[in-house]
Design a protein around this ligand. Structure first.
Ligand SMILES: Cc1ncc(COP(=O)(O)O)c(C=O)c1O
Length: 457
Protein backbone atom coordinates (compact mmCIF):
# COMPACT_ATOMS: atom_id res chain seq x y z
CA UNK A 1 0.00 0.00 0.00
CA UNK A 2 1.43 3.38 -0.94
CA UNK A 3 1.58 6.10 1.75
CA UNK A 4 -1.52 8.31 1.81
CA UNK A 5 -1.70 11.61 -0.01
CA UNK A 6 -3.65 14.44 1.62
CA UNK A 7 -5.50 17.43 0.20
CA UNK A 8 -4.92 19.60 3.27
CA UNK A 9 -3.60 19.49 6.80
CA UNK A 10 -7.00 18.84 8.39
CA UNK A 11 -7.28 15.53 6.54
CA UNK A 12 -4.17 14.42 8.38
CA UNK A 13 -5.91 14.54 11.76
CA UNK A 14 -6.63 11.09 13.23
CA UNK A 15 -5.98 7.65 11.73
CA UNK A 16 -2.82 7.55 13.80
CA UNK A 17 -0.61 4.45 13.79
CA UNK A 18 -0.53 1.80 16.49
CA UNK A 19 2.92 0.58 17.53
CA UNK A 20 3.78 -2.60 19.43
CA UNK A 21 5.96 -2.19 22.52
CA UNK A 22 8.79 -4.70 22.10
CA UNK A 23 11.67 -3.77 24.36
CA UNK A 24 9.90 -2.99 27.66
CA UNK A 25 8.76 -5.71 30.06
CA UNK A 26 5.05 -6.26 29.41
CA UNK A 27 4.74 -9.53 31.36
CA UNK A 28 2.51 -12.03 29.53
CA UNK A 29 0.71 -9.24 27.60
CA UNK A 30 1.02 -7.52 24.26
CA UNK A 31 1.03 -3.74 24.63
CA UNK A 32 0.40 -1.28 21.80
CA UNK A 33 0.70 2.50 21.76
CA UNK A 34 -1.57 4.72 19.69
CA UNK A 35 0.75 7.42 18.40
CA UNK A 36 -1.35 10.55 18.80
CA UNK A 37 1.85 12.59 18.64
CA UNK A 38 1.67 11.99 14.88
CA UNK A 39 -1.32 14.27 14.44
CA UNK A 40 -0.28 17.40 12.52
CA UNK A 41 -0.54 19.66 15.60
CA UNK A 42 1.39 17.08 17.61
CA UNK A 43 -1.27 15.74 19.99
CA UNK A 44 -4.47 13.85 20.61
CA UNK A 45 -6.22 17.23 20.89
CA UNK A 46 -6.16 17.89 17.14
CA UNK A 47 -9.11 15.54 16.90
CA UNK A 48 -10.91 17.56 19.56
CA UNK A 49 -10.06 20.90 17.94
CA UNK A 50 -11.63 19.70 14.68
CA UNK A 51 -14.75 18.26 16.34
CA UNK A 52 -15.35 21.28 18.59
CA UNK A 53 -15.23 23.67 15.64
CA UNK A 54 -17.20 21.51 13.22
CA UNK A 55 -19.89 20.86 15.86
CA UNK A 56 -20.33 24.63 16.26
CA UNK A 57 -20.45 25.04 12.47
CA UNK A 58 -23.18 22.38 12.20
CA UNK A 59 -25.22 24.20 14.82
CA UNK A 60 -24.88 27.42 12.79
CA UNK A 61 -22.98 29.18 15.56
CA UNK A 62 -20.06 30.36 13.43
CA UNK A 63 -19.72 32.78 10.52
CA UNK A 64 -16.56 33.47 8.50
CA UNK A 65 -14.33 35.55 10.75
CA UNK A 66 -16.08 34.57 14.00
CA UNK A 67 -13.93 34.59 17.13
CA UNK A 68 -13.47 31.32 18.98
CA UNK A 69 -12.59 31.71 22.65
CA UNK A 70 -11.09 29.03 24.86
CA UNK A 71 -9.20 28.88 28.13
CA UNK A 72 -6.10 26.75 27.64
CA UNK A 73 -2.39 26.90 26.97
CA UNK A 74 -2.36 23.21 26.33
CA UNK A 75 -2.70 20.96 23.35
CA UNK A 76 -6.34 21.92 22.77
CA UNK A 77 -5.14 25.48 22.11
CA UNK A 78 -2.81 24.15 19.42
CA UNK A 79 -5.49 21.90 17.94
CA UNK A 80 -7.98 24.77 17.81
CA UNK A 81 -5.36 27.13 16.36
CA UNK A 82 -4.59 24.63 13.59
CA UNK A 83 -8.24 24.19 12.62
CA UNK A 84 -9.27 27.84 13.14
CA UNK A 85 -6.50 29.09 10.83
CA UNK A 86 -7.49 26.66 8.07
CA UNK A 87 -11.16 27.56 8.33
CA UNK A 88 -10.73 31.32 8.65
CA UNK A 89 -11.80 31.91 12.25
CA UNK A 90 -10.08 34.09 14.81
CA UNK A 91 -8.97 32.35 18.01
CA UNK A 92 -8.54 34.03 21.38
CA UNK A 93 -6.92 31.92 24.08
CA UNK A 94 -6.98 32.94 27.73
CA UNK A 95 -3.92 31.57 29.43
CA UNK A 96 -2.72 31.48 33.03
CA UNK A 97 0.50 33.45 33.43
CA UNK A 98 2.61 30.45 34.53
CA UNK A 99 2.72 28.94 31.04
CA UNK A 100 6.07 28.53 29.30
CA UNK A 101 7.21 31.08 26.75
CA UNK A 102 7.61 28.28 24.19
CA UNK A 103 3.93 27.41 24.35
CA UNK A 104 2.93 31.04 23.90
CA UNK A 105 5.34 31.52 20.97
CA UNK A 106 3.93 28.39 19.35
CA UNK A 107 0.30 29.51 19.73
CA UNK A 108 1.00 33.03 18.46
CA UNK A 109 2.94 31.69 15.48
CA UNK A 110 -0.14 29.65 14.59
CA UNK A 111 -2.17 32.86 14.50
CA UNK A 112 -3.89 32.75 17.91
CA UNK A 113 -4.39 35.85 20.05
CA UNK A 114 -3.22 35.20 23.58
CA UNK A 115 -4.52 36.99 26.65
CA UNK A 116 -2.75 36.29 29.94
CA UNK A 117 -4.50 36.15 33.24
CA UNK A 118 -3.56 35.25 36.80
CA UNK A 119 -2.52 31.69 37.59
CA UNK A 120 -2.74 32.08 41.37
CA UNK A 121 -6.55 32.26 41.61
CA UNK A 122 -9.14 29.52 41.38
CA UNK A 123 -12.72 29.04 40.22
CA UNK A 124 -15.03 31.86 41.20
CA UNK A 125 -12.35 34.58 41.13
CA UNK A 126 -13.00 37.17 38.38
CA UNK A 127 -9.48 36.64 36.99
CA UNK A 128 -9.67 32.83 36.91
CA UNK A 129 -8.77 31.91 33.32
CA UNK A 130 -11.84 29.85 32.50
CA UNK A 131 -14.15 32.50 33.95
CA UNK A 132 -12.34 35.23 31.98
CA UNK A 133 -12.82 33.25 28.75
CA UNK A 134 -16.51 32.80 29.40
CA UNK A 135 -16.94 36.50 30.23
CA UNK A 136 -15.08 37.61 27.08
CA UNK A 137 -17.37 35.42 25.00
CA UNK A 138 -20.28 37.44 26.39
CA UNK A 139 -18.60 40.75 25.53
CA UNK A 140 -17.00 40.16 22.11
CA UNK A 141 -19.54 40.29 19.27
CA UNK A 142 -19.83 37.22 17.05
CA UNK A 143 -17.77 35.08 19.38
CA UNK A 144 -18.18 31.52 20.63
CA UNK A 145 -16.92 29.99 23.89
CA UNK A 146 -15.58 26.57 22.93
CA UNK A 147 -15.49 25.13 26.47
CA UNK A 148 -13.79 21.74 25.98
CA UNK A 149 -14.54 20.81 29.61
CA UNK A 150 -18.28 20.95 29.07
CA UNK A 151 -18.70 20.46 25.34
CA UNK A 152 -20.02 17.01 24.29
CA UNK A 153 -18.20 17.32 20.93
CA UNK A 154 -14.98 16.71 22.88
CA UNK A 155 -16.04 13.17 23.87
CA UNK A 156 -17.70 12.64 20.51
CA UNK A 157 -14.35 13.10 18.74
CA UNK A 158 -13.02 10.07 20.59
CA UNK A 159 -16.23 8.05 20.37
CA UNK A 160 -16.36 8.49 16.60
CA UNK A 161 -12.67 8.39 15.71
CA UNK A 162 -10.15 7.33 18.41
CA UNK A 163 -12.10 4.36 19.78
CA UNK A 164 -13.21 2.78 16.47
CA UNK A 165 -9.70 3.22 15.07
CA UNK A 166 -8.28 1.27 18.04
CA UNK A 167 -10.91 -1.45 17.69
CA UNK A 168 -10.16 -1.89 13.97
CA UNK A 169 -6.37 -1.68 14.39
CA UNK A 170 -6.54 -4.42 17.05
CA UNK A 171 -8.63 -6.52 14.64
CA UNK A 172 -11.38 -6.53 17.24
CA UNK A 173 -9.21 -8.49 19.68
CA UNK A 174 -8.66 -6.16 22.62
CA UNK A 175 -8.75 -6.68 26.39
CA UNK A 176 -7.94 -3.30 27.91
CA UNK A 177 -7.25 0.37 27.20
CA UNK A 178 -5.20 2.48 29.61
CA UNK A 179 -5.89 6.22 29.41
CA UNK A 180 -5.70 9.41 31.42
CA UNK A 181 -8.27 12.12 32.08
CA UNK A 182 -7.83 15.86 31.81
CA UNK A 183 -11.19 17.05 30.53
CA UNK A 184 -12.22 13.38 30.54
CA UNK A 185 -13.14 13.59 26.86
CA UNK A 186 -10.95 10.67 25.81
CA UNK A 187 -12.25 8.46 28.61
CA UNK A 188 -15.88 9.42 27.95
CA UNK A 189 -15.54 8.72 24.22
CA UNK A 190 -13.90 5.33 24.83
CA UNK A 191 -16.52 4.49 27.47
CA UNK A 192 -19.45 5.26 25.16
CA UNK A 193 -17.97 3.38 22.20
CA UNK A 194 -16.86 0.24 24.01
CA UNK A 195 -20.02 -0.01 26.14
CA UNK A 196 -21.86 -0.36 22.86
CA UNK A 197 -19.37 -2.28 20.76
CA UNK A 198 -17.31 -4.48 23.08
CA UNK A 199 -18.37 -4.14 26.74
CA UNK A 200 -15.77 -6.69 27.89
CA UNK A 201 -12.94 -4.26 27.08
CA UNK A 202 -11.58 -2.98 30.38
CA UNK A 203 -10.93 0.76 30.78
CA UNK A 204 -8.06 1.54 33.13
CA UNK A 205 -7.55 5.10 34.35
CA UNK A 206 -4.03 6.28 35.01
CA UNK A 207 -3.93 9.42 37.12
CA UNK A 208 -1.02 11.50 38.42
CA UNK A 209 -0.42 10.97 42.15
CA UNK A 210 -1.86 14.08 43.83
CA UNK A 211 -4.83 14.34 41.41
CA UNK A 212 -8.28 13.46 42.69
CA UNK A 213 -9.67 11.68 39.63
CA UNK A 214 -8.54 8.08 40.38
CA UNK A 215 -10.13 8.37 43.81
CA UNK A 216 -13.28 9.75 42.23
CA UNK A 217 -13.40 6.92 39.67
CA UNK A 218 -13.31 4.26 42.40
CA UNK A 219 -15.40 5.91 45.14
CA UNK A 220 -17.61 8.42 43.33
CA UNK A 221 -16.23 11.15 45.62
CA UNK A 222 -13.35 13.58 45.31
CA UNK A 223 -10.71 13.24 48.04
CA UNK A 224 -10.63 15.85 50.80
CA UNK A 225 -7.28 17.08 49.54
CA UNK A 226 -5.31 17.05 46.31
CA UNK A 227 -1.67 18.02 45.89
CA UNK A 228 0.25 19.40 42.91
CA UNK A 229 1.83 17.22 40.23
CA UNK A 230 4.17 18.08 37.38
CA UNK A 231 2.85 15.91 34.55
CA UNK A 232 0.91 18.10 32.11
CA UNK A 233 -2.47 17.58 30.45
CA UNK A 234 -4.07 15.06 32.82
CA UNK A 235 -5.34 14.92 36.39
CA UNK A 236 -7.60 17.36 38.20
CA UNK A 237 -9.15 18.45 41.46
CA UNK A 238 -12.71 18.67 40.14
CA UNK A 239 -14.86 16.50 37.88
CA UNK A 240 -15.34 18.04 34.42
CA UNK A 241 -18.91 17.90 33.09
CA UNK A 242 -17.84 16.08 29.90
CA UNK A 243 -16.11 13.26 31.82
CA UNK A 244 -17.66 9.83 32.32
CA UNK A 245 -16.01 7.50 34.84
CA UNK A 246 -18.78 4.87 34.78
CA UNK A 247 -16.81 2.37 32.69
CA UNK A 248 -13.53 2.50 34.64
CA UNK A 249 -12.66 -0.93 36.00
CA UNK A 250 -9.27 -0.14 37.53
CA UNK A 251 -7.11 2.84 38.42
CA UNK A 252 -3.45 3.59 39.01
CA UNK A 253 -1.95 6.65 40.69
CA UNK A 254 1.47 7.28 39.24
CA UNK A 255 4.00 9.54 40.94
CA UNK A 256 5.77 12.14 38.81
CA UNK A 257 9.14 10.43 39.34
CA UNK A 258 7.88 7.16 37.83
CA UNK A 259 6.13 8.98 34.97
CA UNK A 260 9.22 10.97 34.04
CA UNK A 261 11.53 7.96 34.22
CA UNK A 262 9.11 5.97 32.07
CA UNK A 263 9.10 8.72 29.42
CA UNK A 264 12.86 8.52 29.18
CA UNK A 265 12.77 4.73 29.04
CA UNK A 266 10.24 4.87 26.20
CA UNK A 267 12.61 7.07 24.21
CA UNK A 268 15.71 5.02 25.03
CA UNK A 269 14.12 1.60 24.43
CA UNK A 270 11.42 2.15 21.83
CA UNK A 271 12.60 5.33 20.12
CA UNK A 272 9.46 7.39 20.77
CA UNK A 273 9.81 10.89 22.22
CA UNK A 274 6.60 11.49 24.15
CA UNK A 275 5.21 14.13 26.48
CA UNK A 276 5.04 13.67 30.22
CA UNK A 277 1.45 12.38 30.45
CA UNK A 278 2.51 9.45 28.26
CA UNK A 279 4.90 8.50 31.06
CA UNK A 280 1.95 8.33 33.47
CA UNK A 281 -0.10 6.24 31.06
CA UNK A 282 2.69 3.91 30.05
CA UNK A 283 3.83 3.34 33.65
CA UNK A 284 0.29 2.22 34.52
CA UNK A 285 -0.02 0.15 31.34
CA UNK A 286 3.22 -1.68 32.16
CA UNK A 287 2.12 -2.30 35.75
CA UNK A 288 -1.23 -3.61 34.51
CA UNK A 289 0.41 -5.87 31.90
CA UNK A 290 2.92 -7.33 34.38
CA UNK A 291 0.16 -8.05 36.89
CA UNK A 292 -1.81 -10.26 34.48
CA UNK A 293 -1.78 -14.05 34.76
CA UNK A 294 -2.99 -14.66 31.21
CA UNK A 295 -1.92 -12.94 28.00
CA UNK A 296 -3.94 -9.84 27.20
CA UNK A 297 -3.94 -7.33 24.37
CA UNK A 298 -3.65 -3.83 25.75
CA UNK A 299 -3.61 -0.35 24.19
CA UNK A 300 -2.43 2.94 25.63
CA UNK A 301 -1.55 6.33 24.14
CA UNK A 302 1.35 8.53 23.23
CA UNK A 303 -0.75 11.64 23.75
CA UNK A 304 1.69 14.27 22.52
CA UNK A 305 5.25 14.80 21.37
CA UNK A 306 8.10 15.14 23.84
CA UNK A 307 9.63 17.96 21.82
CA UNK A 308 7.68 20.39 23.97
CA UNK A 309 9.26 19.05 27.13
CA UNK A 310 12.94 18.93 26.13
CA UNK A 311 13.97 21.36 28.83
CA UNK A 312 12.23 19.31 31.52
CA UNK A 313 11.95 15.54 31.30
CA UNK A 314 14.72 15.22 28.72
CA UNK A 315 17.04 17.63 30.56
CA UNK A 316 19.33 15.81 33.03
CA UNK A 317 19.89 18.96 35.11
CA UNK A 318 16.18 19.54 35.55
CA UNK A 319 15.63 15.85 36.37
CA UNK A 320 18.46 15.91 38.93
CA UNK A 321 17.16 19.12 40.41
CA UNK A 322 13.70 17.61 40.85
CA UNK A 323 15.26 14.55 42.49
CA UNK A 324 14.03 12.29 39.65
CA UNK A 325 17.58 11.23 38.73
CA UNK A 326 20.16 10.24 41.29
CA UNK A 327 23.75 11.37 41.23
CA UNK A 328 26.52 9.90 43.40
CA UNK A 329 26.19 11.34 46.92
CA UNK A 330 29.49 12.85 48.08
CA UNK A 331 28.42 14.30 51.43
CA UNK A 332 30.17 17.61 50.71
CA UNK A 333 29.68 20.78 48.67
CA UNK A 334 30.01 18.82 45.42
CA UNK A 335 26.43 17.66 46.03
CA UNK A 336 25.29 21.26 45.47
CA UNK A 337 27.05 21.78 42.13
CA UNK A 338 24.49 21.66 39.32
CA UNK A 339 27.04 21.41 36.50
CA UNK A 340 30.19 19.57 37.66
CA UNK A 341 33.36 20.50 35.80
CA UNK A 342 34.57 16.86 35.96
CA UNK A 343 31.56 15.87 33.83
CA UNK A 344 32.40 18.64 31.32
CA UNK A 345 29.06 20.15 32.35
CA UNK A 346 30.27 23.50 33.74
CA UNK A 347 29.70 26.42 31.38
CA UNK A 348 33.13 28.04 30.98
CA UNK A 349 35.03 30.30 28.61
CA UNK A 350 38.65 29.97 27.62
CA UNK A 351 41.08 32.80 28.42
CA UNK A 352 41.83 33.15 24.69
CA UNK A 353 38.17 33.91 23.88
CA UNK A 354 36.49 37.32 23.67
CA UNK A 355 34.08 39.20 25.92
CA UNK A 356 31.46 38.53 23.21
CA UNK A 357 32.02 34.77 23.52
CA UNK A 358 31.47 34.98 27.29
CA UNK A 359 28.32 37.06 26.79
CA UNK A 360 26.94 34.63 24.19
CA UNK A 361 27.61 31.61 26.37
CA UNK A 362 25.87 33.23 29.33
CA UNK A 363 22.83 33.93 27.18
CA UNK A 364 22.80 30.47 25.60
CA UNK A 365 22.96 28.60 28.90
CA UNK A 366 20.96 31.16 30.87
CA UNK A 367 23.67 31.68 33.50
CA UNK A 368 24.84 34.98 34.99
CA UNK A 369 28.55 34.19 35.29
CA UNK A 370 31.18 31.95 33.69
CA UNK A 371 34.57 30.84 34.95
CA UNK A 372 37.53 31.68 32.70
CA UNK A 373 39.80 28.67 32.15
CA UNK A 374 43.42 28.39 31.04
CA UNK A 375 45.18 25.04 30.62
CA UNK A 376 42.46 23.33 32.66
CA UNK A 377 42.82 25.75 35.60
CA UNK A 378 40.40 28.50 36.62
CA UNK A 379 42.07 31.88 36.24
CA UNK A 380 39.11 34.22 36.61
CA UNK A 381 35.37 34.64 36.60
CA UNK A 382 33.27 37.01 34.54
CA UNK A 383 29.69 38.06 35.27
CA UNK A 384 27.09 40.32 33.66
CA UNK A 385 28.25 43.36 35.58
CA UNK A 386 31.91 42.86 34.58
CA UNK A 387 30.86 42.70 30.93
CA UNK A 388 28.62 45.73 31.26
CA UNK A 389 31.39 47.79 32.86
CA UNK A 390 33.75 46.78 30.06
CA UNK A 391 31.46 47.64 27.15
CA UNK A 392 29.19 50.44 28.45
CA UNK A 393 31.42 53.26 27.20
CA UNK A 394 32.65 51.38 24.18
CA UNK A 395 30.69 48.51 22.62
CA UNK A 396 33.74 47.64 20.50
CA UNK A 397 35.17 46.14 23.68
CA UNK A 398 32.96 43.12 23.05
CA UNK A 399 35.83 42.03 20.80
CA UNK A 400 38.50 42.39 23.50
CA UNK A 401 39.85 39.27 25.24
CA UNK A 402 37.64 38.11 28.09
CA UNK A 403 40.60 38.38 30.45
CA UNK A 404 40.16 42.19 30.29
CA UNK A 405 36.68 41.99 31.78
CA UNK A 406 37.12 39.13 34.25
CA UNK A 407 37.74 39.33 37.96
CA UNK A 408 40.95 37.47 38.70
CA UNK A 409 40.80 37.70 42.48
CA UNK A 410 39.01 34.42 43.16
CA UNK A 411 37.17 33.68 46.35
CA UNK A 412 37.17 29.89 46.53
CA UNK A 413 35.73 27.34 48.96
CA UNK A 414 36.96 23.84 49.67
CA UNK A 415 34.62 20.93 49.01
CA UNK A 416 34.52 20.19 52.75
CA UNK A 417 33.59 23.76 53.77
CA UNK A 418 30.32 24.23 55.70
CA UNK A 419 27.23 25.60 53.97
CA UNK A 420 27.49 28.72 56.18
CA UNK A 421 30.60 29.69 54.24
CA UNK A 422 28.50 29.83 51.07
CA UNK A 423 26.19 32.34 52.71
CA UNK A 424 29.10 34.64 53.50
CA UNK A 425 30.11 34.56 49.83
CA UNK A 426 26.56 35.16 48.62
CA UNK A 427 26.17 38.11 51.00
CA UNK A 428 29.12 39.73 49.25
CA UNK A 429 27.27 39.37 45.94
CA UNK A 430 29.54 36.59 44.66
CA UNK A 431 29.19 32.97 43.60
CA UNK A 432 31.14 30.16 45.25
CA UNK A 433 34.00 28.63 43.27
CA UNK A 434 34.42 25.15 44.66
CA UNK A 435 37.91 23.62 44.70
CA UNK A 436 39.23 20.17 45.65
CA UNK A 437 42.91 20.88 46.25
CA UNK A 438 43.90 22.81 43.14
CA UNK A 439 41.16 21.26 41.00
CA UNK A 440 38.15 23.36 40.03
CA UNK A 441 34.93 21.42 40.76
CA UNK A 442 32.23 23.86 39.64
CA UNK A 443 30.21 26.85 40.80
CA UNK A 444 27.52 27.13 43.45
CA UNK A 445 25.02 29.99 43.09
CA UNK A 446 22.19 31.09 45.34
CA UNK A 447 19.68 29.12 43.30
CA UNK A 448 21.82 25.97 43.57
CA UNK A 449 21.73 26.29 47.35
CA UNK A 450 17.97 26.91 47.30
CA UNK A 451 17.45 23.85 45.07
CA UNK A 452 19.59 21.68 47.34
CA UNK A 453 17.69 22.83 50.43
CA UNK A 454 14.37 22.12 48.73
CA UNK A 455 15.48 18.64 47.66
CA UNK A 456 16.20 17.85 51.32
CA UNK A 457 12.59 18.64 52.37
C1 LIG B 1 -1.20 15.96 27.16
C2 LIG B 1 -2.58 15.41 27.24
N1 LIG B 1 -3.62 16.21 27.08
C3 LIG B 1 -4.87 15.71 27.14
C4 LIG B 1 -5.12 14.39 27.34
C5 LIG B 1 -6.49 13.81 27.28
O1 LIG B 1 -7.23 14.16 28.23
P1 LIG B 1 -8.76 14.47 28.06
O2 LIG B 1 -9.31 13.85 26.84
O3 LIG B 1 -9.27 13.85 29.31
O4 LIG B 1 -8.85 15.96 28.08
C6 LIG B 1 -4.14 13.56 27.51
C7 LIG B 1 -4.46 12.18 27.73
O5 LIG B 1 -3.90 11.36 28.30
C8 LIG B 1 -2.85 14.08 27.47
O6 LIG B 1 -1.82 13.29 27.66
Amino acid sequence: MSPPRYGNVLQMIGNTPLMAVRRLDTGPCELFLKLENQNPGGSIKDRVGLYLIEAAEKRGLLKPGSTLIEATAGNTGLGLALVAAQKGYRLLLVIPDKMSQEKIFHLKAMGADVQMTRSDVSKGHPEYYRDVAERLAGEIPDSYFVNQFGNPANAQAHEETTAPEIWAQMQERLDAVVCGAGTGGTLAGLTHYFARTAPAVELILSDPAGSGLAHYATTGKLPAKTSPWLVEGIGGDSVPPVADFSGVSGTYSIADAEAFRTCRELLAREGIIAGTSTGTLLAAALRYCRAQTRPKRVVSFVCDSGNKYLSKVYNDYWMLDQGFLEREHRGDLRDLIARPHAEHAAVTVNSTETVMAAYRRMKLYDVSQVPVMQDGRIVGIVDEEDILLEVVGNPAHFNEPVTRAMASHLVTVRVDAPVAQLMEIFKRGMVAIVMHGSEFQGLITRIDLLNWLRRRL
